[in-house]
Design a protein around this ligand. Structure first.
Ligand code: NAP
Length: 252
């Protein structure tokens, strides 16, 4: 059992794994959710336990409401929920909208948007002081693509992240008197596996030198922003969306 639990969706790799590890160091018992890569999730749990922290790995597709309900039930058995990081997200191969199937668009929105909304719903049901909870924090992982638009590559992904920004602001206001702060981070180009998953394994190497900071960001740099937004240091920040993009969204 843990005293206060943080759920990190997609906590097995990339930004989610870095967030899980920093979350454990901050004293959370961490629920490391993953879709299919059990070994990666187990590695994150082992690293947390080796550092004296508490963590469990829980499989679940955030594109499935049944899986989300099972994820939160597993979390309830671990301890009281204090933080949710809606991090799990997917991209697809670069393509113009004219070439995208409805099935691709539907999957993108189901995983990136519906999944985050349903996870946030479950978190609010547990954390709301009006429902007997002790309050808590939610951080949604958006993307600077929400502002840039993803033209010619992935407007479906960018649109899903634009909706994440809108839902961050709306939910923040909705639960502002229920002890829950809701914020988001908008990462820029971050060095993780997601680019290879979208068919662009060299994206970080190719784009890094041309970025405003002349390099991509690291998963830990995004995780530090997430942990700050969840911490008491950010007590007056809600509905806030923090760019962690090395100015990518500001400069060309
Ligand atoms: P990543 O390295 O590809 O890792 C994705 C993680 O999400 C993995 O743990 C994966 O689990 C999990 N996942 C994927 N689909 C899932 C599903 N349906 N249900 C549950 N978990 C699922 O990705 P990342 O780069 O760290 O990205 C994390 C978040 O940051 C995403 O929301 C992404 O859109 C956002 N972001 C990333 C960048 C970037 O440049 N990397 C930039 C802006 C925003 P398995 O290990 O089981 O596959």
């Amino acid at each position: 059992m843990a005293d206060r639990v943080m759920i990190v969706t997609g906590g097995s790799r990339g930004i989610g794994a870095a967030t899980a590890i920093l979350g454990a160091a901050a004293g959370y018992g961490v629920v490391v959710n993953y879709a299919s890569n059990r070994e990666a999730a187990d590695r994150v749990v082992a690293e947390i336990e080796a550092g004296g922290g508490k963590a469990i790995a829980v499989q679940g597709d955030v594109g499935s409401e049944a899986d989300i309900l099972a994820l939160f039930e597993a979390s309830d058995r671990f301890g009281p929920l204090a933080a949710l990081v809606n991090n799990a997200g997917i991209v697809d191969g670069a393509a113009p909208l004219a070439e995208m199937s409805a099935a691709r668009i539907e999957r993108m929105l189901r995983v990136n948007l519906t999944g985050s909304l349903v996870c946030a719903r479950e978190a609010v049901r547990r954390m709301s002081t009006k429902r007997g909870g002790k309050g808590g924090g939610i951080v949604n992982v958006s993307s600077v693509a929400a502002k840039l638009g993803g033209a010619g590559q992935y407007v479906d992904y960018a649109a899903s992240k634009g909706a994440i920004d809108t839902f961050t602001v709306g939910l923040a206001k909705e639960v502002i008197e229920e002890g829950i702060r809701v914020c988001a981070v908008r990462p820029g180009i971050i060095d993780t596996d997601i680019h290879a998953s979208g068919g662009q394994p060299n994206r970080v190497a190719e784009m890094g030198p041309g970025l405003p900071m002349r390099r991509a960001g690291t998963a830990e740099e995004v995780a530090r922003a997430i942990l700050w937004l969840l911490s008491p240091e950010a007590s007056y920040s809600t509905g806030a969306i923090l760019d962690v993009s090395g100015a990518r969204s500001i400069l060309p």
